[in-house]
Design a binder for this molecule. Structure first.
Ligand code: ARG
Length: 720
């Protein structure tokens, strides 16, 4: 009896310890975790979480732009998301004269809302299409399967009705191709900027605080979705009206305390929790360090120009933020994986798996095949990273490489004048976009540095034939940095890409010889073609094999642990997920304690006048010093709460996601993960993992008290 009791306790604590891990499929909540959610504090029915025939919380959650989440917070289509999600739209709505990025902006009425090029997508329904997909792939080898998959998907998504109303299906592979699920979305195309705090609030702490707690960033922005008069999606038009949504989230300003239930809906982009020790080793040894070093160099060169000139800052801000975000992420990821010794943990698990797989033909060779596959690809992995993050990390390098398509159109036998003209026109409009975003002073330095880095760090046998020889002949010793400076300056001075007269003449009568003689094209095309002809196919073989092995591996894991299958969740893949947990403090390292909230006091402590990352609007300082927090004050703390942390399992793509309390009310916006658990794409740390959120009361304080936009507050369903 006693023994039985002990093992039950162990079993229970195993699940309890892991309970916060998991990005659950919304339609399976009822089957998988609803009971546990209730135990943890949830006060809603399973139908309120997700339903298809009536409105439920899922109807308020949208894909915002390309890679973020947003939520509907009023019956007039008002959207809350992160500042860093609205960042590109805010920057492009800004000019040096009307600098909304710097100074903030609130539309006082709907006429002042600003058109953007953003789209948002609402989730209509979710359908398991595994058997249909498998029927279309029956009897095929893995290679044939890989080739046919997109067509099979297309046949299924083509059947989705109501295309004229913006509906479309997208099929996601779950559990590494063991299951296929289609999500049907409705896309709206008239999205307007309603409000944003100044960048000093929306990005307070900048890249120094990014991926870190304690945090004091007001990472929010406000948009609105518009529709045609009949409620259907439409392109921007003055005639459109605010969308009347199926559901919007009520907003609670009642606050919360440590331990309170919190759930997060959203669109996490990618995780790889079934990654093998082989993948982790490649990442830590080669992929991450290469990416981090190249980005570090690019960022330094961009930053040096951005601080000098507000126009350059506006031009580069969004690109800089994106590069910086994953520069710090991948650096931190390696450090945390090493700290947790994830490599050894995975190896131990793989040994257990192989022992189980012994004698089972389907599974017994998986690990040795992984090993062979990684051994074959590893010598080229750094090359690939130096191409993507180096050669193509120079904006000129990236644009020049896009002209390879034009070259192909020109030299193709039987190419008609019309084909060539079409390719030339496309190149011309791409050039216009490129010139708008190009900052020459930083890019010329980046170009020199990436060509030099490739020379030094990549095995000579993999260099493009002829490139460094030509450089040597014209500009000096390729082992010397100075040669690259001279070369890069000559490229910038002589390329037709920066010369309107020569470029226009070329576009008017495209000539392959002119393009091939261009120094920017020559550079970029040498490296890209070298990779494409010699190494790209090896990478395809490597990826296909990994995918094939991954499918069997996950299937094997399920067979090995049949009782645990109902507690498994698929890797993040940009499909909607729900995660749940609690508001909770943590101990980041020995003797240190991190509280679960930050307050206005901490904002003042971090404040540095005129600093690039820690400056503040003067009005904010005044109001904070007076403790003028209005109805947004946290009574227990007698302060304004700025940020808080929860144990939820989220990742990039969840940015802007609503943090929802036990009653279904919005209490914050998720915007980051903590440094101590940056291994989270590969391994969720049950003790240290935290989601970093901006408190909705700080968001409303910024809009109302600082921004004076009571019109926005009045639209919300406030729970006081
Ligand atoms: N680390 C955040 C995330 O991915 C982005 C934060 C943006 N802020 C910044 N300082 N770069 O999703």
């Amino acid at each position: 009896m006693k023994k039985f009791f002990v093992s039950l306790v162990l079993f229970a604590s195993f699940f309890k310890a892991r309970a916060d891990e998991g990005m659950w499929l919304p339609m399976l909540l009822g089957k998988q975790v609803y009971a546990d959610m209730v135990k943890r504090g949830l006060k809603l029915t399973a139908e309120q979480l997700y339903a298809i025939n009536k409105s439920s919380i899922k109807d308020a959650i949208i894909i915002f732009g390309g890679g973020c989440t947003g939520e509907i917070v009023s019956n007039q289509g008002l959207i809350f998301t992160n500042h860093h999600c609205g960042y590109a739209a805010i920057a492009s709505a800004s000019s040096v004269a009307d600098n909304y990025l710097k100074d903030g902006f609130y539309a006082a009425n709907k006429d002042q809302e600003i058109e953007t090029t953003l789209t948002v997508q609402f989730l209509d329904k979710i359908v398991d299409v595994t058997s249909e997909v498998e029927a279309g792939l029956k009897g095929l080898s893995w290679e044939e399967r890989t080739k046919k998959l997109a067509d099979v998907f297309q046949t299924i998504t083509d059947k989705v009705a109501d295309k004229e109303n913006g509906k479309a299906g997208r099929i996601y592979s779950m559990f590494k191709d063991n299951q296929y699920i289609m999500y049907v979305y409705q896309t709206y195309r008239d999205i307007r900027l309603v409000g944003t705090p100044p960048e000093s609030i929306g990005k307070f702490g900048g890249d120094t605080d990014n991926w870190e707690w304690p945090r004091h960033t007001g990472d929010f922005s406000v948009f609105r979705v518009y529709a045609a008069k009949d409620g259907k999606p439409a392109a921007f038009s003055k005639e459109n009206s605010p969308l009347k949504p199926k559901y919007h989230l009520p907003v609670s300003i009642k606050g919360f305390k440590e331990g309170d239930f919190a759930m997060i809906y959203g669109y996490p982009g990618s995780t790889n929790r079934y990654e093998t020790s082989y993948g982790i080793k490649l990442k830590i040894d080669l992929e991450n360090p290469a990416l981090v070093a190249l980005r570090d160099m690019r960022l330094k060169n961009m930053y040096a120009e951005m601080v000098k000139d507000p126009a350059v800052k506006l031009k580069l801000a969004s690109s800089y933020a994106g590069i910086a975000n994953y520069w710090k992420f991948f650096d931190g990821e390696s450090k945390q994986l090493l700290k947790f010794n994830t490599y050894a943990t995975k190896q131990a698990y793989e040994q257990k798996f192989s022992a189980w797989a012994k004698g089972k033909t389907e599974y017994e060779k998986i690990m040795s095949d992984y090993s062979k596959n990684y051994t074959a690809w590893t010598p080229y992995s750094k090359h690939r990273q130096y191409l993507r993050e180096g050669i193509l990390g120079s904006p000129l390098g990236a644009f020049a490489s896009s002209l390879i398509g034009l070259e192909a159109a020109m030299v193709k036998t039987g190419a008609t004048g019309a084909d060539i003209k079409k390719a030339a026109d496309a190149a011309n409009s791409q050039r216009n976009a490129f010139l708008q975003s190009e900052d020459k002073p930083s890019d010329v330095k980046i170009l020199a540095a990436v060509a030099f880095a490739f020379y030094k760090d990549i095995d000579k046998s993999q260099h493009p034939i002829g490139f460094y020889e030509k450089l040597k002949a014209a500009y000096g010793d390729p082992r010397e940095e100075a040669s690259y400076k001279k070369w890069a300056e000559a490229v910038f001075a002589n390329t037709i890409i920066f010369n309107d007269a020569k470029w226009n003449a070329f576009i008017a009568s495209p000539d392959a010889n002119v393009l091939q003689a261009d120094p920017a094209f020559d550079f970029s095309a040498s490296f890209v073609k070298n990779y494409n002809t010699k190494y790209a196919s090896l990478f395809t073989v490597f990826t296909n094999k990994n995918n094939e092995l991954g499918r069997s591996y996950v299937k094997g894991i399920m067979e090995m642990n049949p009782a645990a299958v109902n507690k498994m969740y698929p890797d993040a893949n940009s499909s909607m997920r729900v995660s749940y947990g609690n508001v909770k403090s943590y101990k980041p390292r020995d003797a240190a304690f991190y509280d679960y909230v930050t307050t206005s006091k901490g904002v003042l402590e971090k404040y540095k006048p005129n600093d690039y990352e820690y400056d503040l609007p003067l009005k904010q300082l005044e109001l904070f010093k007076k403790k003028d927090f209005g109805q947004y004050i946290d009574k227990a703390k007698n302060d304004l709460v700025i940020g808080f942390i929860t144990t939820n399992d989220i990742t990039g793509g969840n940015s802007g996601s609503p943090v929802i309390n036990a009653n279904g009310h919005l209490i914050g916006l998720a915007f980051d993960g903590n440094y101590e658990a940056l291994s989270h794409k590969i391994e969720f740390d049950k003790d240290l993992n935290r989601t970093i959120n901006v408190d909705i009361r700080y968001v409303l304080w910024c809009i109302d008290k600082l921004g004076g936009a009571s019109n926005i507050i009045n639209e919300l369903t406030l729970i006081k």
